[in-house]
Design a protein around this ligand. Sequence first.
Ligand code: 13P
Ligand code: SF4
Length: 414
Amino acid sequence: MANTVATRASATLCSPKLKQEPWRFDMPLPPHYGPGSSQDDVIPAHAPRQQALPSFYCTRGEEELAARIERAKTVLGKKLVILGHHYQRDEIICHADLRGDSFKLSQQAAARTEADYIVFCGVHFMAESADVLAQPHQTVILPNMSAGCSMADMAATDDVLDAWEALAEVYGPPTGERASILPVTYMNSAAALKAFCGENDGIVCTSSNAARVLAWAYKRGERVLFFPDQHLGRNTAYAMGIPLDQMVVWDPREPLGGNTAERLRAARIVLWKGHCSVHQRFTVAQIDKARREYPGVTVIVHPECELPVVQAADLSGSTEFILARVAAGAAGTQWAVGTEISMVHRLATEHRDKVIFCLDPIVCPCSTMYRIHPAYLAWVLDNLVEGRVVNRVQVGAETKRWAKVALQRMLALP
Ligand code: 13P
Ligand code: SF4
């Protein structure tokens, strides 16, 4: 059967100028993130900003940039490792030494001890996690500092600390062996919040291990404060048998998160009011349409999608899970995928014996992942060749210490 995704997708880009104007992503456009799925989210004032890229790099063609990147890789050899998240565009992924989901890449960052430079083609929280897990001689570099994550930005550290204090008042001291509440942060969060979890007997999770992490947390605590993605928290807790009436949403703009003390006491999980704008685009109606148009199709989505979408899908899991399942599918099978478009496009191109398409007909990339343009990669690598480090992501010593505790609790899970 013919592979249809490329034509479907290119016909319906959410911004027709997206391909022609990659530099628009780097214009100072507050209060929003720029064209793409998260363009309506508000960038917090403290979010890192990228210095202007030297005009030399802005005016290079695609081939020249690719050649500069490869030349730098040859010169730097084993001193360099380039990590690429699955949502990166093809022109970046083709230079990555390793690709993966955020869990696999954090493991890889920790394992590649021979590399002095870890260039992380992903978003800011991923580079921070790599720095936390890196050896002292290793330097982590994010090619474009303004490649953040709008979901991670929805949980400001101060707001989480305020919530934690308010919850401590509601719950009081633990009555038995277990804590009355434990914090669990999704990998998509600032290092400061991972440190907060480390210091408060909590843990980090990713989309590939959220169920194991919650099981770990419930052995040690009555309840969980889960941030910043309410959907991953709800989907995971629901699959573990926690009923919806024992889940509450915490809105940081409301007193007690918009709950009564009684509701909070009855809750097993307190879900931060955060979401991913890319994954919120997927709907049950899109799944119904895919099933009508492609009888026998397998619907596979990321757990950052809303609960009804995950329930209506056949499978859900991390980007690495999606990749592995689709790759393992037999020739001729059909896959409707609910995740970021660069990854879906690549899956379709790399598995032309299957029909693979994005559930969402309006194709919007993750605008912040898309900020890693080859010109930025060439710029940071050329600087490394010259012995200069630009765009280093470095977590402060105390934050690093506690963030590492929380990350290592996760990495130590069987
Ligand atoms: P994965 O850990 O599944 O790669 O997800 C990271 C992410 O940001 C998804 O939106
Ligand atoms: Fe963040 Fe969503 Fe982009 Fe993932 S896809 S990096 S959660 S904004």
